[in-house]
Design a protein. Structure first.
Length: 259
């Protein structure tokens, strides 16, 4: 199962800055409290397109991790689209529209794949290739190629573009996602060394950021390419965090149960 990454026109930080709102939003998001984090942004999101996209992105990520909250996320995406005026703002709002449709397709039992492709294509047309916001679009187009079109080569090219953009713009969380998904493709092709390296890098970045809600998937993936007893230790830690967060992300349950 694929994860998500999010970003708004005003790029969210990781709680390391001086802005109390930014710190509070990151603290809640990193623990899987997307609704609470979005509520903190609601007053500013009413009139500011960047905050509106940020709020929508939080709720969309919550849908992918919990398979719930669809109506609220849909309303937030519509609000962001309504406020967006300049091309980049419109592109970032379209990116969240595409991700919501993707999430509905992969975990929500609703086929919105055509909507996802159209929205992310629109985002790519609106956001210049060199813009900081473009890396997230490239990553999510990679998700479509891998999980909806079953085209690993196209997905790998998109993930590499996203990884380069995330690295250049110091978007550490997105880099953790690109490492993870490039590693998944390496594992799919039988390259265990590259897969192990990518999964380890993804886990390292999430640990550094304190992205608790993303730790269990990273641990479980690394466990799949490690030998015992290390694999068992990683898997046990993944199960502990999964239970601690109340069974989030929901799609990880089957993977942990099968281990």
């Amino acid at each position: 199962m694929a994860e998500s990454a999010m970003s708004g026109s005003v790029r969210p930080g990781y709680g390391e800055g001086d802005d109390p709102l930014e710190r509070a939003v990151w603290r809640l998001r990193s623990r899987g409290c997307w609704g609470d984090a979005a509520a903190l942004l609601a007053p500013r999101a009413e009139q500011d397109a960047g905050f509106a996209v940020h709020r929508a992105a939080l709720l969309v990520e919550g849908c992918l991790f919990t398979a719930a909250g669809w109506a609220e996320a849909e309303d937030a995406v519509r609000a962001a689209e309504a406020l967006a005026v300049d091309p980049v703002a419109r592109g970032t709002a379209a990116c969240e529209r595409g991700q919501l449709a993707y999430a509905a397709t992969v975990v929500g039992n609703r086929d919105r794949s055509d909507e996802a492709r159209a929205a992310l294509g629109r985002a790519a047309a609106l956001i210049p290739p060199a813009a900081p916001e473009r890396a997230l679009v490239d990553f999510r187009r990679g998700l479509l190629a891998e999980h909806l079109a079953d085209n690993p080569e196209s997905a790998r090219a998109a993930y590499r573009r996203a990884h380069a953009g995330a690295t250049a713009n110091q978007h550490t969380l997105l880099s953790s996602f690109t490492w993870r998904h490039l590693a998944g493709l390496a594992l799919r092709s039988g390259d265990l060394t590259e897969a192990r390296h990518g999964f380890a890098e993804s886990l390292r970045l999430r640990e550094e950021l304190g992205y608790l809600v993303g730790m269990a998937p990273a641990l479980a993936s690394l466990a799949d390419v490690e030998a015992e007893p290390e694999a068992g230790r990683l898997r046990a830690e993944a199960q502990r965090l999964f239970r601690l967060l109340g069974g989030v992300p929901t799609w990880l349950e089957g993977q942990l149960a099968a281990a």
